[in-house]
Ligand binder design. Structure first.
Ligand SMILES: Cc1cc2nc3c(=O)[nH]c(=O)nc-3n(C[C@H](O)[C@H](O)[C@H](O)COP(=O)(O)O)c2cc1C
Length: 607
């Protein structure tokens, strides 16, 4: 067997293995469970998801399906309670009287709408109430996504404009959701016609493939049909983005039956015949290049060694994209191939420019994208050997290897197809980033020792101290007092006196947390005030973090040589003892939170 083929086999198997084994971006799930990222993670709610606990009593956590941008909400028994679609940012342009009206569409697990949950908006509350009274929102309740999309829901008389905005937003969001393949919508007659015509085209291309001599004179029609039907009309083509999507979400065979058949043929025919099927007879972008190329018959050619070298570019390109996907670099594969330019209304500017440049180059070079750049073509070409030249013995081994390769690709896709619905939901749970504001602040807090010269206001300092006072204290004795310093001279004096608080030179303020010995429970324990004031201090540090400011606990207690200068500079009475000095300021961003999570120190039920 030749080394070249061995190398291809190795690359393909290694690639697929890497894909399967990584829990990177290609799969929403890995073979190995990630202990740290399961549902045991703390729930962290962002502004967008802050209302989730209001949807039902026993809300425990949620998972986010990033493909359909759908949130699945679970209760404490790990049971799916509902799933939620947010209309923002998709419906930003749809406005009622008071601007856009953000809301959440809440579905029961049986796919029926439970409620439309209005989020903060500028509509008059009385109007919203009147809509509720008129039963406007109830119109949606109990309907499935398909039912809403196929039913005309009427706006409310008297408030037509804004209620129309809600209907439009609902339709837009649901139809986007349906487009991600989550909803089994019946096919319209135009869609059925498109499917029939696509299959007729496929038969035509199969005949051309099997009998090129006879059918070749009709090739121009094949090219036009490919561009017109598959490209512009149906937008049906194989691409890395599509294959990647199938790997992530599985394949819904009946909804994508045409592409499924194309995939099977594109894998099997080269395996059996060693000839290229998809790139030569089906690909609409290949056809577009060939058609444009007809403008100029005299193409620029390169020397054979250079052509051979250039052909390797597409393999390198494929390899680079593949590595980026596996290591979970955040990028859109579709932007690296020109195919989606056929659906120009949805295509990105990058793709449109790429497609136009390639088509322009096709005037001078023969199908430049296919020959030198196409990663999808490169992937498919791994399935076939070199046509014609192989010796008989070689064909047998090559064929066997190719069949194994092809079958492994199909098995991989089929396994994903099987695991599509439930398992994707189940497994994506493990990857979900679950957020809640308080926890976010707790985990982001860090000792900040580098400050800018921006001021901290009196209001901010008061808010911070107020948070300190809210902390728990033994017997609720509240044995604390706070001194806030903003005077530069005093801050410098403190900085001079305290060996481990030199950042006071840069800080704009300092809060000194003090224990009041007249109020403290010193009869029980002489250091109870330390525990109480420590709780105050932690509240202060968290409040500071939550306000985008920075602070650090610098110790005064129990060191006499630090407490004494503080007492002196601040003129503290005898019964007041400084626990610490907290420099406060606007952080430069140099200080970062430390990861202190040590699961081995967590013991469940017993040591
Ligand atoms: C009781 C106590 C005393 C501390 N004293 C000082 C201090 O005198 N100077 C200082 O720069 N940091 C001081 N720190 C801050 C710790 O060094 C800091 O909390 C620790 O390195 C962990 O880093 P982090 O706060 O960024 O998570 C003190 C912290 C505590 C709890």
């Amino acid at each position: 067997m030749n080394t070249n083929k061995l190398l291809k086999v190795f690359l393909l198997i290694a690639g697929l293995t890497a894909v399967v084994l990584t829990s990177g971006k290609i799969f929403d799930f890995g073979l190995f469970e990630d202990e740290n990222s399961a549902k045991n993670q703390p729930v962290v709610l962002t502004d967008q998801t802050a209302f989730f606990p209001d949807l039902f009593d026993d809300f425990s956590y949620y998972e986010h399906d990033t493909v359909s941008d759908c949130y699945y909400l679970y209760d404490s028994k790990d049971k799916l309670n509902c799933y939620v679609l947010l209309t923002m940012p998709y419906c930003e342009s749809i406005e009622g009287f008071g601007g856009c009206i953000p809301f959440a569409i809440v579905f029961n697990p049986d796919d029926k709408i439970r409620e439309l949950y209005l989020l903060e908006n500028s509509e008059t509350p009385s109007w919203i109430e009147s809509l509720e009274e008129d039963g406007f929102f109830d119109l949606f309740v109990g309907m499935t996504c398909e039912e809403v999309l196929s039913t005309e829901i009427n706006a409310v008389t008297g408030a037509t404009f804004s209620s129309e905005a809600i209907i439009q937003s609902c339709n837009k969001r649901l139809s986007l959701y349906a487009d991600t393949g989550n909803v089994n919508r019946g096919k319209s007659w135009v869609e059925i016609l498109g499917l029939v015509v696509s299959f007729l085209f496929l038969i035509f291309s199969l005949l051309s493939f099997l009998n090129p001599q006879k059918v070749n004179r009709f090739r121009i029609f094949l090219l036009i049909a490919s561009v017109g039907i598959l490209g512009f009309w149906q937008g049906d083509f194989l691409s890395l983005a599509l294959l990647n999507n199938w790997l992530i979400n599985g394949m819904k065979i009946w909804q994508q039956i045409f592409l499924f058949v194309v995939l099977i043929l594109s894998v099997l025919l080269p395996l059996i015949t060693n000839k290229d099927f998809y790139c030569q007879y089906v690909c609409p972008f290949g056809s577009a290049q060939e058609l444009v190329g007809k403008i100029n018959k005299k193409k620029i050619t390169f020397s054979p060694p250079l052509t051979k070298a250039l052909k390797y570019i597409r393999f390198v390109f494929l390899f680079v994209l593949f590595v980026m996907l596996v290591v979970a670099v955040d990028f859109s594969v579709e932007n690296f191939e020109p195919f989606s330019a056929f659906k120009f209304e949805f295509a990105s500017v990058t793709v449109l420019i790429l497609a136009l440049v390639v088509l322009f180059l096709s005037i001078f070079f023969n199908k430049p994208w296919c020959r030198f750049f196409c990663p999808t073509g490169a992937l498919l070409s791994l399935l076939r050997g070199k046509s014609g030249k192989t010796k008989k013995k070689g064909i047998k081994t090559g064929l066997l290897i190719n069949i194994i390769l092809g079958v492994s690709v199909l098995v991989l896709i089929y396994v994903n197809f099987l695991t599509n619905d439930d398992q994707v939901k189940e497994t994506s749970k493990k990857e979900t980033i679950i957020m809640n504001n308080a926890l976010e602040v707790i985990h982001n807090r860090k000792s900040v020792r580098h400050f800018t010269y921006e001021p901290v206001t009196e209001e901010q300092l008061e808010t911070i101290v107020k948070a300190g006072m809210a902390a728990p204290t033994a017997r609720n004795l509240q044995p604390w007092a706070f001194v806030v310093v903003t005077d530069r001279g005093k801050l410098n004096d403190l900085a001079d006196a305290l060996p481990y608080a030199k950042m006071l030179f840069d800080a704009q303020a300092a809060i000194i947390v003090c224990g009041d010995m007249e109020k403290a429970a010193t009869d029980v324990d002489s250091t109870y005030w330390v525990k109480d004031c420590s709780a105050e201090t932690q509240n202060i540090l968290l409040a500071v973090e939550s306000m985008g400011l920075g602070a650090v606990w610098t110790a005064a207690f129990p060191y006499a040589e630090r407490m004494n200068p503080v007492i002196e500079i601040l003129n503290l009475p005898e019964h007041i003892r400084p626990l610490n000095v907290i420099p406060v300021g606007v952080p430069t961003g140099e200080d970062k939170p430390k990861d202190k999570w040590k699961p081995e120190r967590l013991h469940w039920e017993k040591w």
